[in-house]
Write a protein that binds this ligand. Sequence first.
Ligand code: DQA
Length: 148
Amino acid sequence: MSEAVHVLNGPNLNLLGTREPQVYGAHTLSDVERLCEAACARHGFSMVFRQSNREGVLVDWIHEAGREHAAGTLAGVVLNAGAYTHTSVALLDAIKGTGVPLIELHISNVFARESFRHHSWISPAARGVICGLGVAGYALAIEAIAQW
Ligand code: DQA
C-alpha cells in the first residue's frame, strides 16, 4: 500500500488567487492542489488535500494524520496553518502529541512582513520550515518528505 501525504491548509487559504495577490500570487487553492497531486504522483504517494478556517478542525486532522503515521501509512504532513501559525498553542500541542512528521509552510516570506508574523508556535515541533518560495514551496515540501 502506498504511503500518504496530507496537505493541510488553514484560514483564508481558500481565498488564494484573489487574496492580496501582491503577497500570495495569482494561483488558486485548486492550482495548489494540482501541483501537490503531481508532486505526490512523482513519488508514488497518495494525497489528502484539505482546507479549513477552523482551528479545532485542523487539530482533528493532525490527530488523524498521527494515527495514520502510527499505523505506518503516512509519509508526512505539509501544514500551512495561515494566521494560526502565530497564535495556536493547540496546533503545537497536536503536532507534539501525535509525533507526526510535519513541514511548516508559508507562501510568503513571513520574516519580511509584520513583526507579529515572525513568531511561529509550530516551528519547534516541525521537522522543517519552508517560507517565501510562493506556492512552489508546497511541491518542494513533498520532495523533502520523499527524502525522509
Ligand atoms: C501564510 C502567512 C501567514 O502569516 C498568514 O496569516 C497566512 C498565510 C503564508 O502562506 O504566507 O494566512 O501562512
